[in-house]
Structure formats: structure tokens, C-alpha cells
Design a protein around this ligand. Structure first.
Ligand SMILES: *Cc1c(COP(=O)(O)O)cnc(C)c1O
Length: 375
């Protein structure tokens, strides 16, 4: 029998399908866009996209056009929106393959209209207003000119304004409410210019769950699809009715009994205070296990939470199991569903002064993804 791999990220596609379905129920009648950028936050864009569609997602969202085209190459024909473009982007391939394009400036809108003319088919665009994030999106003072140009493009047949959208800073309820008002003003201006977008969308996971007024016609759900809480306030996946989809695990590579005073890993930032047993875990920062979590994170091993001791290295780190029995080949879980006893991705985020998003997204290419469940 094939033993469990040396290291792997197990992706539970039924969890993804269930998470999307749970959020879809909660936000209805708004639709759900499953955000699968960055290889679906490290989970694998194509299998996740299929699972999300099975869970009721009617849209897919990505950052780059290349990510959208990879979905098309895999045979996925659901509506896809890409919103972050190279200033020199060639938009024609995206238009030909029916990728909807986010628009963040007047020159970008013009480039898209020109590309649409070159392939003799209208580009479906979603105009993005910067409602206060000061990142991507049309600056408010340019919004009037952009909606006027978009309306002209619709009349000329080069553009179809399918959406108007924005993105929240998740700074505070007050700030989100200010952004919501800015978004509504932008919608009114679009309407005054003669635009009638099919989907108005503002909320990502956090606002979709906690700010019903931000749901409009469509919510863009990234982290919630993966069963990782968006809030960073200790709210658990279970409390949100979600289930973590990724379990990062490995098999213990070696076990060593050491005397009191023995240092472990680079720099000996940790020394045994008593005789103890150390287990070697074959994952390191090359695999996305943050070195910042050295001496702070915990893993699940031999039926209990165990501390990571000493520096996390490129390929490996050490866990203190005390006097408990552990053997090479035993399963060790870095994070997964906390209902199993394992830490969550958020626990690792806390240990590394970051967020669960970054923990799952950075799991490296050396870690094979194994899929369970799914359509
Ligand atoms: C990444 C992203 C999302 C998804 O955010 P989550 O917090 O993961 O749900 C939504 N909208 C935009 C514009 C994004 O860049």
C-alpha cells in the first residue's frame, strides 16, 4: 500500500463546494463570484473553480488575464472577471475568449475598446471605482469621464458595461460605510451616463458575511471559499459555518532523544530544559512555512498539539514531543480543520504575525496537492 506522502497539502473539494454553497445561501439573492486568483490561494485554480461552480458560484474572479486564460484552457466556460492588468496588456485574446475585464482608468478603457474593434467583438467590462482603498480603480475625479467614454463605447458597439465594482479596505464599519456611500454615488453617476450594469459588486468575504448592505448583485468570495475566516479577530471557521479546505501535513522524517541543554536547529535559539524527544518535520520556509513562526507555532502530532522549537529552516523544522512515543513515518499536521485538534491556518498566521490568507497562499510548489472529494 502506498503510504501517505512525505509532505502534502490535502485539498478537500467537498469543503470548498460546501463553503461556497453556505455563503451563497447566506447572501442570496446576490450571486457568488468565487475568487480563484493566485492558484486559488494555493489550493489549485482549476479543481477549485470546478468545485466552486458545483457549490453554486456563477462567476469566477482572478487578478490577471493569464489566470483567466488558464481557466479557459482547462475548459471552464463560466463567466470570469480579471481586474489587474499590465499597462501594456494585449486585451484581444481575453476578449476573444470571453474574459470580462475590470477597468481602472480611461486609457485602459480605450485600449480595451481598441482591442475589441480589432477582433470585431464587444468587450465585456466591469468599471472599477476607487471608493477609498487607493489601490486599483478609477479615481473619483476621473469617474465621470470614464462612464461617459464607456457609454460611448456601448453605443459604438465596442464595449458592453456588464458590471460596476469596487473593493473595501475593511478598516472599520464606519470606513466601510463611507466607501459604500462612495460606491453608490459612482453607481448613480454611471446610471446618469446611461449605463445599466447587470452586476454591481463591492463585497469580498468579510463584507459579504457581516455587511448585508454591501452585497448588491454579486459578492466576490475568496478566502471564505477556502474555509479560512477573513476577520483576524479570533472568529473561527466553525462559527461562520465554514470548513477549512487545506490540510498541510507530512510524515516525521526522524526522531531523536536529547539531553537537557541540547540546542536544536540554527542558532540554538531553543535548548531542551529537560531530556526530551524531538521529531523532525520535512517542511520549511521553501514550502511556505514561515520562518517567523520559529519557536512559536504548534503542530498536531501523536494525538496532541506540540510546539515547534528552534528555527524553521528551508526544508525542515523540529518539534518537541516530550516523553511521548513518536516514530519516523508518523503523520504530523501543521494546520487543517481545528475540529480535528490540529491548528488552523489562522493559528499559524498569529504565530508568524500574518494572516491565514498568506499562510495558505504561500504553500510552495514542492508540496504536492492531493485532492479529495469534488464533482
Ligand atoms: C482578492 C480579492 C477578493 C477576494 O477577497 P477575500 O477577502 O479573499 O474574499 C475580492 N475582490 C478583489 C478585488 C480582490 O482582489
Amino acid at each position: 500500500m502506498n503510504p501517505q506522502p512525505f509532505r502534502e497539502a490535502v485539498i478537500d473539494l467537498d469543503a470548498i463546494r460546501g463553503n461556497v454553497a453556505a455563503i451563497a445561501r447566506q447572501v442570496a439573492p446576490a450571486q457568488v463570484m468565487a475568487v480563484v486568483k493566485a492558484d486559488a490561494y494555493g489550493h489549485g485554480a482549476v479543481p477549485v473553480a470546478r468545485a466552486a461552480i458545483a457549490g453554486g458560484a456563477e462567476w469566477l474572479g482572478v487578478a490577471d488575464i493569464a489566470e483567466a486564460l488558464a481557466l479557459r484552457d482547462a475548459g471552464i466556460d463560466a463567466p470570469v472577471l480579471a481586474w489587474l492588468h499590465d499597462p501594456a496588456e494585449a486585451f484581444a485574446p481575453a476578449i476573444e475568449r470571453e474574459v470580462d475585464l475590470g477597468v481602472s482608468s480611461a486609457p485602459q478603457l480605450q485600449a480595451i475598446a481598441d482591442a475589441a474593434a480589432s477582433v470585431a467583438r464587444p468587450a465585456a467590462v466591469h468599471l472599477k471605482i476607487d471608493s477609498g482603498l487607493s489601490r486599483n480603480g478609477v479615481a473619483p475625479e476621473e469617474w465621470g469621464a470614464v462612464v461617459a467614454a464607456a457609454a460611448r463605447g456601448e453605443r459604438e458597439g465596442s464595449l458592453r458595461v456588464r458590471g460596476v465594482f469596487s473593493h473595501l479596505a475593511n478598516t472599520s464599519p464606519e470606513e466601510d460605510t463611507r466607501q459604500l456611500a462612495a460606491f453608490e454615488a459612482a453607481l448613480a453617476a454611471a446610471s446618469d451616463a446611461g449605463l445599466a450594469p447587470e452586476v454591481r459588486h463591492l463585497a469580498s468575504t468579510a463584507a459579504a458575511l457581516r455587511m448585508p448592505a454591501a452585497r448588491f448583485d454579486l459578492v466576490r468570495i475568496g478566502i471564505g471559499s477556502y474555509g479560512v475566516p477573513p476577520f483576524g479577530d479570533g472568529t473561527t471557521a466553525e462559527e461562520l459555518g465554514l470548513r477549512p479546505a487545506m490540510t498541510l501535513r507530512a510524515r516525521v522524517a526522524a526522531v531523536r532523544r536529547v539531553e537537557a541543554g541540547t540546542g536544536a536547529s540554527y542558532g540554538h535559539i531553543w535548548r531542551a530544559e529537560r531530556p526530551t524527544t524531538l521529531a523532525l518535520v520535512p517542511l520549511g520556509y521553501a514550502d511556505g512555512v514561515p520562518r517567523q513562526a520559529s519557536n512559536r507555532a504548534e503542530v498536531w502530532l501523536a494525538g496532541a498539539r506540540r510546539p515547534v522549537v528552534g528555527r524553521i529552516a528551508m526544508d525542515q523544522f523540529v518539534v518537541d514531543v516530550g516523553d511521548d512515543a513518536v516514530a519516523p513515518g508518523d503523520e504530523v499536521v501543521l494546520f487543517g480543520d481545528p475540529l480535528t485538534g490540529a491548528p488552523s491556518a489562522d493559528d499559524w498566521g498569529d504565530a508568524a504575525d500574518t494572516i491565514g490568507y498568506e499562510i495558505v497562499t504561500r504553500i510552495g510548489a514542492r508540496v504536492p496537492r492531493t485532492y479529495v472529494g469534488g464533482p
